[in-house]
Design a protein around this ligand. Structure first.
Ligand SMILES: *Cc1c(COP(=O)(O)O)cnc(C)c1O
Length: 232
């Protein structure tokens, strides 16, 4: 399958899944995860109307953002963040999905250029405990968000998670359901919180069933990734 066919297929699948789980039409947005993909590949997707792209590695991402240089695009940082990369990230990205340390949030806030809108951020939650050192524990989310609210150049938009992979639909739903409930609690007193960034190529349907507003899809759009050959 070509990238063009894949994009069409995933869009249709999102739309069918929204209907199946009684989600509002177009309430789920497709984030094309373009880490390791070439500028040419990204441009192919842009020509199909794809505007939101997710990247994991700062250096690789900044080179591509500058090469493509298209002000209509919305760039999302979805990888782990080292403190020596915050300036580049907050200079070039519109969103960061992987906030799990106050130190990093403080730097992104301080370094956010004056001429840009506040940086949209999601708090990364470690919901399945098994295989990831990234993300804060569910019980710490409220306190963490209260701390983030001091940062005027950040706009807290919601929660992100990357649960350990399981290949059973009902099991995939469990951690997503917990996040959905947490998001609903947070939204009560915070009208600007509207984002649940969950679901990859493997578990997109379960994520949409449980309220995803952004699904982060790489492989299903662009094919299998080669082994890591870049620097972060
Ligand atoms: C790579 C990546 C994805 C995309 O995963 P696919 O299985 O290729 O769809 C989504 N989220 C994060 C955080 C990633 O690092």
């Amino acid at each position: 399958m070509s990238i063009i066919e894949n994009i069409d297929h995933i869009r249709k699948k999102i739309s069918v899944t929204e209907k199946r789980f009684k989600r509002r039409k177009s309430s789920v947005s497709l984030l094309a995860v373009s880490k390791t993909r070439s500028v040419e590949t990204i441009i192919t997707a842009i020509n199909q109307g794809q505007l939101h792209f997710g990247e994991n590695y700062c250096q690789e991402a900044v080179a591509k953002i500058e090469a493509i240089n298209n002000p209509k695009l919305v760039w999302h940082f979805i990888g782990p963040i080292q403190s020596n990369k915050t300036r580049q990230i907050t200079n070039h990205f519109d969103w960061v999905h992987t906030i799990d340390r106050i130190k990093i949030a403080r730097l992104l806030n301080e370094q956010r250029p004056e001429n840009l809108d506040p940086l949209n951020v999601c708090v990364q939650v470690n919901i399945s405990y098994e295989n990831s050192k990234s993300g804060i524990m569910l019980d710490d989310v409220d306190g963490f968000i209260e701390e983030l609210e001091q940062f005027k150049r950040l706009k807290v938009r919601g929660l992100m998670s990357l649960p350990a992979p399981v290949n059973n639909f009902n099991k995939q739903r469990v951690p997503f359901s917990i996040l959905k409930q947490k998001l609903q609690e947070l939204k009560i007193s915070r009208p600007e919180i509207d984002t649940l960034s969950i679901g990859t190529s493997e578990d997109m349907t379960a994520a949409i069933a449980e309220g995803a507003t952004i699904v982060r899809i790489g492989t299903a759009l662009f094919g299998p990734r080669n082994v890591k050959t870049h620097t972060s």
